[in-house]
Design a protein around this ligand. Sequence first.
Ligand code: ATP
Length: 193
Amino acid sequence: MQFRRLRLSGFKSFVEPAELRIEPGLTGVVGPNGCGKSNLLEAIRWVMGESSAKSMRGSGMEDVIFAGTASRPPRAFAEVSLLTETADGEERDITRRIERGAGSAYRLNGSDVRAKDIALYFADAATGAHSPALVSQGRIAAVIAAKPAERRQMLEEAAGISGLHVRRKDAEQKLRATETNLARLEDLLSQLD
Ligand code: ATP
């Protein structure tokens, strides 16, 4: 999967709508300390479904919304869109938007979808908010010190099979519900006999 374009509005320090085209090859982002370079990586992580405020360097999820400065009022919402292109050339635009007091919602090519659909879309392409390909400051040390179970998770993500765990959990839930229905049916049948 290739990332083609990133759009941000009201996300952290990006108060004005901003668009970055990501061309094939190596892209570098340069700028003085505190200008928002890491916020760009966080925007990518966030649109892919990051649900931990801590890994977004905030204490609550709404901390990603532009908080205002001495000269600018805070924004009421933050929105990030990531245009992706799959290996077969299909383009998909993923948007996540958060409003103060209203939580966050996702859209895939303009249609409302669940967080789980987005997580599966990226997991099947061997990427996602927790992909080891996204290396933030201090992450190298964390990878070296990772426990075996955490290393396994990284390998599964790299292999593109982490989406299977979600599907397995879903299938197990359906199986349990079906078993309960069957037991109920057998009860009813025995009462009829
Ligand atoms: P460095 O080179 O020092 O790592 P950087 O270019 O990676 O810096 P970031 O850490 O991405 O910079 O950006 C930090 C800036 O983003 C700070 O100025 C901080 O005030 C601003 N910022 C973070 N969250 C918000 C928010 N919710 N509202 C407004 N500004 C924010």
